[in-house]
Design a protein around this ligand. Sequence first.
Ligand code: SF4
Length: 331
Amino acid sequence: MSEPLLCVEGLRTSFHLEGGVLRAVNDVSFALEPGRVLGIVGESGSGKSVTALSILRLVDPPGRIEGGRIRFRGRDLLDLSEAEMEREIRGDRIGMIFQDPMTSLNPVFPVGVQIAEVVEAHQNATREESRRRAIELLGLVGIPHPEDRFSDYPHHFSGGMRQRVLIAAAIASQPDILIADEPTTALDVTIQAQILGLLGDLQRRFGTAMVLITHDLGVIATMADDVMVMYAGRAVEQGSAQDVFERPRHPYTQGLFDSLIRLDDSPHSELRPIPGNPPVPIDLPPGCSFRPRCRHAMDICGLEVPSLLPGAGRRRVACHLASAQPASPAA
Ligand code: SF4
């Protein structure tokens, strides 16, 4: 196994609100290796997006990173100055694609100019070189007639085309890591498939590592090598995507799979949604946050937060049930 490119250890990011402290990311650790795709999956409010924003130190007040380490190529990003983050990390070594392409592009500048600015800022290129590179990138992400489209404004593009423009800007510096936060949520199903196909092609072509954030297990199945399942700000299960899909061990992960429609289901089989709602992670009660929704809950679950314990291979599970049972050799 190669050295992790990104190693997040014990990350804690909180929002200090009038009603209490919202622990959006609570002691989360994971590693990303070169060229691999890590899928982070969970319901809304589970801490997926705040984890991504924390990596790039883009958490706005009243949120703040309160602990942990984010080691990227041997440097802790939490030790860098804001100027170093802006010059050397964001949009340079780590690119980010956000959920809503309309709000991520500046409506008053042509799309080509916005991509050329990224090239100029990070690659020491002249204005003409940046323009040529921007046109090349527009073509690379599948914008037809890129030279003609260079001067068009964001409102001239459809949602899917705007997302392609954002992807072009995110890969302009050939980053080591691409973070994609729900990159297809705002798009219709056909366009979603095209954008995921494009991201997969680019990821393989350039060997870029990717953190892919989604609530959609189907997206994880298509794209991810490894998966981290989040619930109420914590990682509850981690492992290779194949292992987790074949043998989910945490009751929450099992519930996510049980609530899916499968092609091989009989027409009479019923969906089994997870009962209840995820908690808002403010002043959480002691013990496991999933306990009110868990059909396997035991006395200890109300007393102690389960630790994320290693199983075979890459697998880690945070559940008292899993720690009471030996991991199966394949799990
Ligand atoms: Fe359920 Fe207990 Fe495991 Fe939490 S620790 S998921 S309540 S069995």
